[in-house]
Design a protein. Sequence first.
Length: 231
Amino acid sequence: MRNGLLALGACLLATGCAQQTTPLSATDPLTVPAAYDAPVSVPAVAVATTIKAGTPKEMWAQRNEIFNRMSAWRMQGKVGLQVKQQSWTFSLSWLQQGNDQYEMNIKNPLTGSVMAYLKSSGSVVNLKAADGKEYQDSDAERLLKQRTGISLPVSGLRYWTRGIASPQSEIQALQLDNLGRPTSLQQEGWVVTYTGYQSRSPSALPTKMSLERAAEQIRAKVVARDWQTRY
């Protein structure tokens, strides 16, 4: 769907921004209803998930260490994307397993029809377009842009959506709140601004964020409405 980002903001406010996080046990399947081919079950790992009190930089370091040990997570929400003079609004279901395996379902928020389905097994990325045609590439961002026109920094977003830095690139700028959570993060030429978290906890996941890459005139707003995590 093509709309401006201002229209997205009004839409998201109208539909509400109720969020929830559901910790998953070892026997719970991590699934996205009506979005993926089959349920995914990931074994849970016993790890410490509590961020201890300290300076903002110390809690930030703990946050990155703990969140990078997630064995799997799922986020469902809405995205407003503007690339130069073109814009899109879509629902996003993102199921991540480890660092390299993920499934993304991009859907029309009004009709529920699939705009694109992206699946990565590590070295290969497959995309199924709205017309049913399937494509393959080694680069998810390139494949998504070529086949749908949608420009999203997929490799960085798998970290930025959780409010942590990508370990694969240098941090160009960083601002933290007093709980060690980022309010602004810059990597790979992208400026990520966080305007909402689930709670006043150092380990809270983001609920509202925006991304901007000025050099390419790309802006995006993300509202996460549901989180599930497994360690």
